[in-house]
Ligand binder design. Sequence first.
Ligand code: GRG
Length: 296
Amino acid sequence: MFTEKKFKSTLNLYQKRIEEGIEQLVPPAETPPSRLHRAMRYSLGAGGKRLRPVLLMATRDLFTPEEDPVPAAVALECVHTYSLVHDDLPGMDDSSLRRGKPTCHVQFDEATAILAGDALLTYAFELIGRYYRHTPALGTSLIQDLSIASGSRRLIGGQMDDLLGEKTNYTSEQLKNIHLNKTAALITAAMTMGARIGHAPERDIQTLVQIGKCVGLTFQIIDDILDATSDDETLGKPTGSDLACGKATYIDFFGLDGARSQARAHTEKAKGLCQDLPGDTAFLMELIALMEHRIQ
Ligand code: GRG
């Protein structure tokens, strides 16, 4: 067990390494065309929790600490940030607030936000190619994990189905599948990429895939609960949007208490699976528990 103080200081250390990694590895704002690089950095720097890169680094630390996880962690945050920039666009969620700040298309303009998202996505793969070229097998598997998780059958496909869901009556099983694709896939990739950087055996990678699915589902259920029960200021983005655009959520199917108990069940399953992993999993287990109790 971690004390709360030890957990927070470890989390801060990971987050600090990620902030430094973003600062050092992403092209400076003045790189031409500077409007584009300013927009990329604006969205990357706009106060995210860095959950996915922290998961990647903490998972790597369960195994062999030989390879540097920071470039992969930054690449993952670039993909996550691109997805948020595009999700906020008028053609998708049409949101003007993200992480308590104007969204990229509001701060810059729509065309710049589209290009900044495109550039963040592309840059992620440049980073992995550049920093893991000395270990080609590792580099290739990182590219595979990240491209599959962010591709048309996972993140982008999940987003497509989610948008179609505004006009379709999905079943709870279909809703779960959307969330496995839209939310859990990148979270799972965080864990498998971390494990690959630590040269984990395939057996442990398969356990992490199961953990990632549970963590992703918990994360999305809590997202639904917060959208319905929190306020714009606490969340740093507009609340009540699911109801406003007629999207089905876990609360529609299971009620608030039912949704909460599903989140708890997924969290407990993930923590149980952590016990099958090697190394000191105390931090990872606390991080997983935090997802269920997050308020933003
Ligand atoms: C546009 C291809 C494409 C995909 C968009 C990100 C996304 C898919 C949809 C956003 C809708 C949403 C609320 C999804 C729930 C999961 C999620 C990605 C939440 C935001 O992630 P956090 O809370 O964000 O980790 P921060 O700001 O902390 O980085």
